[in-house]
Design a protein around this ligand. Structure first.
Ligand code: UDP
Ligand code: MG
Length: 322
């Protein structure tokens, strides 16, 4: 039986204290419990300003030939870009995305491989069961955020889901077909479908260094998730405008009835209110209409695949015929 290769993609931004620890942990795991597999590492240095790249080069030199690769960005381009670069360069049979700080316990790979190899899943992700060591505010926002995304978008985000995920080669190839610039990887993984199993685990403190997330970065990340997959914010304008027009219509009828039945001339204030509602409603509604076109242009510009095939017997009959 030929040995399968597990490839780990590690986005690293100013992680000089962690990259070495990460390699050691993974090497020990594959020397012991995961002996049946070969492993490869792709460090993606996301424009670090500390000694991360030097540390990675040392690891490359010490590791067996071809086991550790690295890609170093010209500047800090963000974790999403790092993940894409890593996936694009990957060739392994199974590919995982993991943080460098050991907050994604390598030991989970054992269960993940079991889920994919033996249970027939296409992907297996890690889900944090608790958020120990995280502020109450961040926790509340996170819970609310997942609910909003799940209600407003076509993608389903599992609460507590992390970017730590092992995938089959087939799924990675499909993920790479989504070439949009503004990437929200969590949503993309969900969008491509396939069978995913979630493994719960307890939150782990980072091994060294500190978190790279700022409040601003998190807000941007949250907005990106919503805007990449939801049309609801654009539709909102149509509904709001419609509401304004409805109010204007009702108001107008009231005025006309007043005029005809009691031959009262409407007072200036009522007329102004009707006009404001009328033009305001019209403007907002037309904006919504423009937004709807924008949404369509956005969808076309992303050029996402129209369908993704998990299996079919087309390849087989072609091979027989050939
Ligand atoms: N990271 C990255 N580019 C960035 C920010 C973070 O590649 O601009 C990497 C970082 O090195 C780490 C992973 O993404 O391997 C997760 O970052 P971090 O641990 O700071 O996030 P947290 O665990 O606090 O959510
Ligand atoms: Mg971390």
């Amino acid at each position: 039986m030929d040995r399968k290769t597990v490839e780990l993609i590690v986005p690293s931004f100013n992680e000089e204290a962690c990259v070495g620890l990460f390699y050691d942990a993974v090497r020990d795991l594959f020397a012991d419990q995961l002996k049946a597999y070969d492993f490869r590492l792709i460090y993606v240095d996301d424009g670090s300003s500390d000694g991360t790249l030097e540390k990675i080069k040392q690891i490359v030199a010490a590791a067996p030939e071809g086991q550790v690769h690295y890609i170093s960005f010209s500047r800090n381009l963000g974790k999403e870009a790092a993940i894409y670069a890593g996936l694009e360069h990957s060739t392994g049979d199974y590919v995982a995305v993991m943080d460098a700080d050991l907050q994604h316990p390598p030991a989970l790979l054992i269960d993940m491989l079991h889920a994919i190899v033996d249970e027939g899943y296409d992907s297996c992700g890690a889900r944090r069961e608790d958020r120990k060591g995280e502020g109450a505010i961040k926790r509340v926002f996170s819970v609310a955020y997942y609910q909003i995304v799940n209600r407003m978008t076509v993608v389903e985000l599992t609460p507590g889901s992390t970017d730590f995920r092992l995938m089959t080669r087939q799924m990675v190839d499909e993920v790479l077909k989504l070439t949009e610039r503004e990437r929200f990887t969590k949503g993309i993984f969900s969008w491509v479908g396939f069978k995913t199993k979630w493994i719960p685990y307890h939150n782990v403190e980072r091994a060294a260094g500190k978190s790279k997330w700022s409040i601003r970065g998190l807000l941007h990340y949250a907005a990106s998730g919503l805007l990449s997959f939801a049309r609801a914010p654009l539709r909102f304008a149509i509904y709001l405008g419609g509401l304004g027009l409805l109010a204007a219509g009702i108001d107008l009828i009231v005025l006309i009835v007043q005029c005809c039945l009691w031959s009262e001339l409407p007072d200036a204030v009522s007329v102004v209110i009707v006009l404001i509602l009328l033009f305001g409603g019209m403007t907002v509604m037309l904006l919504g209409l423009v937004g709807e076109y924008l949404a369509r242009i956005l969808a076309e510009a992303k050029q996402r695949p129209l369908y993704i095939i998990r299996e079919s017997n087309y390849g087989e009959s072609d091979r027989k015929a050939g």
